[in-house]
Design a protein around this ligand. Structure first.
Ligand code: PAF
Length: 280
């Protein structure tokens, strides 16, 4: 039976009790409205830990002024049932007041320079400061041994890995594989914003990522591949923020450079902003 915890003292007592028994504690932070992608992270954390805590907190500091903070879907009952089914032991539900005791404007903020400023960071200024600020607080609250984040948010995972190394958090970070719908659309809480008329076109993101990989592997130039991807998405009805090929550290690869790559796309279909990526 999953235990729902709303007080920090109770969370600490539970986690300390497990640690005294010599149990390893896993953690999956979320903003709720959970789907199979989140549940796969709980199952991944379970492989590395004896107990798993998940948090649901829609974090105001990572949303821009014109973003969807107030309308972000909140589904607490379904989330609790789903987490229990996935094998989560405790659900941590902080309030905005307990997360930011001095208020959001006076909150100590964490900035990871460089990697936070490109791609998502350039299009959503301050977003990763908000993510790092809340993840730091959640890490201090839960004090897990291991924490799992989804690879769909490729840059978020990279930023968090850098933060954990830089600030010497004693936490192992796991990346969970992207879970997709049958047509290839990456699962996301934001997919439900898509209208029925928009939904079929959303699968074009995955097809474009595959074409980008194939183009680079076939030896075409990065510039040509990126331009073709943007054209293809625009023709399918998207407003493209970026469609790029990068190294895993998000640096720009030289022409013909060998080694691991990732294609990343962020694009809007109507009012819905979708992101996805493909590593090879
Ligand atoms: O990926 C998310 O859902 C959020 O960015 C996270 C990591 C829970 C922080 O609010």
């Amino acid at each position: 039976m999953i235990e729902t915890i709303t007080e920090l003292d109770a969370l600490r007592a539970r986690v300390n009790g497990w640690k005294r028994e010599g149990l390893r504690v896993g953690f999956v932070p979320t903003m709720g409205n959970l789907h199979a992608g989140h549940y796969s992270l709980v199952m991944l954390a379970r492989q590395y830990a004896d107990r798993v805590v998940s948090s649901v907190f829609v974090n105001p500091t990572q949303f821009g002024p014109n973003e969807d903070f107030t309308r972000y879907p909140r589904t607490p009952e379904a989330d609790t049932t789903g987490l229990e089914g996935a094998g989560c032991d405790a659900l941590w539900l902080p309030t905005v007041e307990s997360m930011y005791p001095f208020g959001v404007d006076l909150a100590a903020s964490i900035n990871v320079p460089g990697i936070s400023e490109v791609l998502e960071g350039a299009h959503r200024p301050g977003h990763f400061d908000g993510v790092c600020t809340v993840v730091t607080r959640l890490f201090n609250q839960v004090q897990p041994d291991v924490a799992a984040f989804g690879k769909k948010d490729f840059q978020q995972l990279a930023v968090i890995r850098q933060m954990v190394t830089d600030l010497a958090f004693p936490i192992e970070i796991l990346g969970g594989g992207i879970v997709r719908e049958s047509d290839g659309l990456a699962m996301s809480s934001r997919n439900q914003y898509l209208g029925a008329d928009e939904r079929p076109a959303a699968a074009e993101i995955r097809r474009t990522l595959l074409a980008m990989r194939d183009g680079i592997v076939a030896g075409r130039s990065r510039g040509t591949v990126e331009a073709e991807a943007s054209r293809r998405l625009t023709e399918a009805g998207f407003a493209v923020d970026y469609a790029v090929v990068r190294r895993p550290d998000l640096g720009q690869p030289d022409e013909g450079e060998a080694g691991a790559k990732v294609a990343l796309i962020a694009a809007k279909l109507g009012k819905t902003r979708l992101i996805d990526n493909l590593e090879w």
